[in-house]
Design a protein around this ligand. Structure first.
Ligand SMILES: [Zn+2]
Length: 250
């Protein structure tokens, strides 16, 4: 039985490695419900997780998940003790903590960019996460830890990428590099073509997601530009001085 379970896990793992770029150390985002179930079933998360993944793992959680255990009944104290030992990842709720499920959903986001595996027994949270492509789920059932097989949503996403309807993250990067090499004119033509397509049909929801990403990426670039401008001014002054010195000596 154990070997069969591990084989299934290996298959699911390689799916996420190959199609979504998951790499060691695997990031496991854990909530209180999972810790509680582990405690009940006498599963040592820290020991078992690396064995199950056959590799290095990083166990982590969020402050909101921890705080939720504070506010709940005292019998979750054991779960809190376990969760406390994991790395606490930053979330957007430092001022006002939200429920663990809400927090984990926001940390995973729309595209799970940090490649989190989510370990939870919360059915509602699992249902929401199943709608996001590339989010592997872990849960405990009958005294054992199980990595759920890829969701229909993840499978669809991969199929779309393979059919060329969507562009995988790595392909997207190389495309951008190519565009940069070939100059801006071609890029402009392609953009115009895309706009016409969008007007004629319904907008592709996934292309809308990509749009949101772009302004986020551009913002830090702008600040870089400002810094560069400043440094250029500074550089000019000493350059002018050296010219002056040269003129004097000659
Ligand atoms: Zn949070």
């Amino acid at each position: 039985m154990k070997i069969k379970r591990q084989k299934k896990a290996k298959k699911a793992l390689s799916f996420y490695k190959y199609n979504f770029g998951f790499r060691e150390p695997f990031q496991i985002l854990i909530d209180g419900t999972f810790c509680q179930a582990a405690l009940k079933n006498k599963i040592q998360i820290k020991e078992q997780m690396p064995k199950y993944f056959m590799g290095e793992v990083q166990l982590c959680s969020t402050n909101c998940a921890l705080k939720e255990l504070d506010s709940l009944l005292k019998d979750l104290y054991g779960a809190k003790l376990i969760l406390q030992r994991f790395q606490i990842r930053r979330c957007k709720h430092s001022k006002e903590p939200v429920s663990a499920s809400q927090c984990l959903l926001s940390v995973v986001g729309e595209t799970n960019p940090h490649h989190y595996f989510v370990a939870t027994q919360d059915q509602e949270l699992r249902a929401s996460l199943l709608k996001i492509p590339g989010v592997p789920l872990l849960y405990i059932i009958q005294n054992t830890m199980v990595l759920e097989k890829p969701s229909a949503c993840s499978l669809k996403h991969v199929e779309a990428v393979q059919l060329g309807e969507l562009v995988s993250p790595t392909e997207q990067q190389s495309l951008q590099n190519l565009k940069a090499e070939q100059g801006l004119s071609k890029d402009g033509e392609e953009r115009r073509g895309k706009k016409r397509k969008r007007k004629s049909g319904n907008p592709n929801p996934l292309s809308c997601l990509k749009k949101k990403k772009k302004p986020m990426e551009q913002q830090p670039k702008r600040t870089d530009g400002e810094k560069k401008k400043r440094s250029r001014h500074r550089k000019r002054k000493p350059a002018d001085l050296t010219v002056g010195v040269k003129a004097n000596t000659s």
